[in-house]
Design a protein around this ligand. Structure first.
Ligand SMILES: [Zn+2]
Length: 51
């Protein structure tokens, strides 16, 4: 059998400042949209939130 990549697994975004993979900080639930948003942080101090 061939292992399939998990589509559900969140991939951390790349930092747009230094290009390193960012680390997940926390997840929050947006009460308005009902969607989960994740905050990521990079070692260089850059932060981003992806929905
Ligand atoms: Zn960075």
């Amino acid at each position: 059998m061939v292992a399939k990549p998990e589509s559900n697994k969140p991939t951390p975004p790349k930092c747009n400042r230094c290009g390193m993979a960012m680390t997940a900080l926390y997840s929050i639930l947006d009460p308005r949209s009902g969607k989960q948003a994740r905050a990521f942080r990079c070692e260089c101090g850059e932060r981003t939130v992806s929905e």
